[in-house]
Design a protein around this ligand. Structure first.
Ligand code: ADP
Ligand code: MG
Length: 401
């Protein structure tokens, strides 16, 4: 079901109104409390600027870390307020609480176009337990609600779901709208051929995605540690590679399903093997049917990269979740980088390229190719659940279009 978005509201719907905006400001900090990556803050700017330009009073809420329902000083949002203020070129008033009298009086003092940041909502247990009373108190200072926290949309918390019981309209911000456009619309109504590239360490964490995508895609490419479970299921010796023994039947079933659906199913033909799981291990490249005993596969090989590249060449949409190898170590990053380079090239020819998953996004960023993709998802777990076809509570709770 399509959801109402900020873009559906007119300037008069929001002018002079107090708008509670749930954003995801869960940014990484270094030991001195400095923000090391402000991607999430920048991602929230379009929604905030849209609202301030229309004369709304913007009240921002976010979680930060896992304070477990208690006030933890190192998890205050004070550094975020400072960075936001720089990015917006305007003062951002920071509250030391997210509910209560002080918040109410600061909100009452706001002028149209002002921005205020509430304190970490996870200082209260009621946030993660989605306590209706806490949700009501959060909602008490606002007239309407915008959810733009895609990274937490798969959680039914007070600030992502509960508040929608008390605020109307409740709509999607521009970031969530963009995530849905790419992750949902591309899968449901793609330019074809549509390909999925699935990797990562374990097949068990990607069963749902592979299963769901097999109903939608024309081709599926498997990489990462999970390939060895597929090989072993075929009776191939995988040496000391990662194998999930209890998923061998499942691997067979998934391959059979692909065949059944007429989906082209591609496994790597060669792998880079190592004599230990370490950056300085001895390595060699071997065909998948000649992995030496005691050696473990940590990346896909050069022939596989070429085969994958050739099979991707005619694709009009590609969704990628999960690295091809242990990309954190340079010796095993070539497969992942090769696929990233291929996708960057495809984007340039009009193919829609979508990267979802925390480690996959990190890999593409590490390769310096993030701005060459059509869409880099800001939500790891949320993007995975969306690709699995699950309903995200934070989106389900919004008004229907
Ligand atoms: P994402 O976060 O993009 O969804 P995952 O969390 O599923 O990705 O998987 C990422 C992890 O998979 C990385 O830490 C990477 O080192 C690991 N990995 C990839 N290939 C292998 C392999 N052959 N053996 C062991 N681990 C692997
Ligand atoms: Mg991960």
């Amino acid at each position: 079901m399509a959801k109402k978005a900020l873009a559906d509201l007119s300037a008069s719907d929001v002018a002079g109104k107090r708008v509670l905006v749930r954003a995801d400001f869960n940014v990484p900090l270094d030991d001195s409390g400095n923000i090391t990556d402000d991607t999430r803050i920048r991602a929230a700017l379009p929604t905030i600027q849209d609202l301030t330009s229309k004369g709304a009073k913007v009240i921002l809420a976010s979680h930060f870390g896992r304070p477990k329902g208690k006030v933890v000083d190192s998890m205050r949002l004070t550094p975020v307020a400072k960075r936001l203020s720089e990015k917006l070129s305007k003062d951002v008033v920071k509250c030391d609480d997210c509910i209560g009298d002080d918040v109410a009086s600061k909100v009452a003092a706001m002028s149209d176009g002002d921005v205020l940041l509430l304190e970490n909502v996870r200082f209260y247990d009621g946030e993660t337990s989605n306590d209706p009373e806490f949700a009501k108190q959060l909602a008490a200072n606002a007239d309407l609600y915008v959810n733009d926290a895609f990274g937490t949309a798969h959680r039914a918390h007070a600030s992502t779901a509960g508040v929608t019981e008390y605020l109307s309209p409740a709509v999607a911000g521009s970031l969530i709208e963009k995530e849905l456009k790419f992750l949902q619309e591309t899968v449901d109504n793609p330019q074809r051929p549509l390909a999925a590239i699935v990797g990562g360490s374990k097949v068990s964490s990607k069963i749902g995605v592979i299963e769901t995508l097999l109903d939608k895609v024309d081709k599926i490419f498997i990489g990462g540690g999970m390939i060895f479970t597929f090989y072993k299921a075929r009776g191939i010796n995988v040496g000391a590679s990662l194998v999930e023994e209890d998923k061998l039947d499942l691997a067979k079933k998934l391959e059979a399903k692909a065949k059944d659906k007429g989906v082209e199913f591609l496994l790597p033909t060669d792998v880079v093997v190592a004599d230990k799981f370490a950056a300085d291990a001895n390595t060699q490249t071997v065909g998948v049917d000649s992995i030496p005993d005691g050696w473990m596969g940590l990346d896909i090989g050069p022939d596989s990269i070429k085969t994958f590249q050739a099979a991707l060449a005619d694709c009009k949409s590609v969704i990628w979740n999960g690295p091809m190898g242990v990309f954190e170590m340079e010796a095993f990053a070539k497969g992942t980088n090769g696929i990233a380079t291929t996708l960057a090239g495809l984007t340039g020819t009009g193919c829609t390229t979508i990267i979802g998953g925390g480690d996959s996004v990190a890999a593409v960023e590490q390769a310096g190719l993030a701005d060459k993709m059509s869409h880099i998802s800001t939500g790891g777990g949320a993007s995975l659940e969306l690709l699995e076809g699950k309903t995200l509570p934070g989106i389900a709770a919004l008004d229907d279009a």
